[in-house]
Design a protein around this ligand. Structure first.
Ligand SMILES: CC(C)(COP(=O)(O)OP(=O)(O)OC[C@H]1O[C@@H](n2cnc3c(N)ncnc32)[C@H](O)[C@@H]1OP(=O)(O)O)[C@@H](O)C(=O)NCCC(=O)NCCS
Length: 258
């Protein structure tokens, strides 16, 4: 069965059909990402960062601050699993330095970070876990010829959320992907609001309601606002008490758009 992009809540049945093993079908239908209503409203119109903020590539000297930022972005009961080790951060720069970005504020305090790798289409659109696709968070799975730019992590300081920092990071990553010739940007998106509704909805139903605008999810709703499409649900994606392990596989086509 062909996967169908779910554009709104009325089309929840295909959404439920997409989970687990059926994600692989997208490989045969690369244009599934086009023609969705969000594709024209984009998240890519230039939006200014707050005054004095700078977006730049990550360097080794940033790593302690990134750890501190991640502790703020993932406060308890999130644990150390949400904070990169120094060794992992260093490996990111060894494997794919141009894919790693940070935003600092006017006082040079790090306020946002994003981590990215390249993988093949089959790997990105088959059922997978965060640990497997990221090489246990080291980016050892980075394929310099990979067709898909894959979002490993993005975090914005809670004091600075809602000011367009994620927007700027995604825009920069989309530009990088296009420059490298990647066909799409994909990621396993957290659904942190799911735990409070898990008694009422399956993950697929929850995600369909977020897509339909009936539920605001603190992470997925923002990604949808930036032009991503959901192509399925990844069960057991990553240990997370808010998402109960589930993620939405989101994709942004990087071809055929401005
Ligand atoms: C998810 C996260 C990275 C988003 O960062 P952010 O800087 O707050 O996002 P932005 O301000 O760039 O907002 C992106 C879009 O979401 C929408 N948005 C932002 N805040 C919103 C709000 N409170 N209500 C409704 N929509 C909102 C906007 O439309 C915005 O698009 P625009 O810039 O075109 O207007 C951030 O909330 C975060 O770090 N969360 C914790 C870690 C996490 O879950 N990471 C994601 C891993 S998949």
């Amino acid at each position: 069965m062909r996967l169908r992009v779910v554009a709104n809540h009325e089309r929840t049945i295909p959404m439920a059909e997409m989970s687990s093993g059926r994600l692989a079908a997208l490989q045969d239908h690369p244009d599934e990402c086009q023609g969705n209503q969000s594709a024209t409203r984009e998240g890519e119109a230039p939006r200014q960062l707050p005054r004095g903020y700078v977006l730049r590539q990550r360097v080794n000297q940033d790593h302690e601050e990134i750890q501190s930022l991640l502790r703020r972005a993932y406060p308890p009961p999130h644990g150390s699993e949400c904070v990169w080790s120094m060794a992992a951060l260093e490996q990111h720069l060894q494997h794919f330095p141009e894919g790693q970005f940070v935003i600092q504020d006017a006082d040079a305090v790090l306020r946002a970070t994003s981590t990215t790798l390249r993988v093949g289409r089959e790997r990105a659109f088959s059922p997978h876990t965060w640990m497997a696709i990221t090489g246990m968070g080291t980016l050892s799975t980075h394929d310099p010829a990979g067709e898909i730019l894959y979002g490993v992590n993005i975090a914005v300081d809670p004091d600075c959320q809602g000011r367009g920092l994620a927007h700027a990071l995604y825009r920069t990553r989309f530009e990088l992907g296009r420059r490298l010739g990647c066909s799409a940007f994909a990621a396993g998106a957290r659904i942190p609001g799911f735990h409070s509704m898990a008694g009422q909805f399956s993950p697929e139903e929850y995600v369909a309601r977020v897509i339909g605008g009936e539920i605001f999810d603190p992470t997925l709703s923002k990604q949808l606002a930036l032009g991503f499409h959901v192509v399925g649900v990844l069960p057991d994606y990553a240990y997370d008490h808010e998402t109960l392990g589930h993620a939405a596989l989101i994709v942004k086509n990087l071809r055929g758009e401005g």
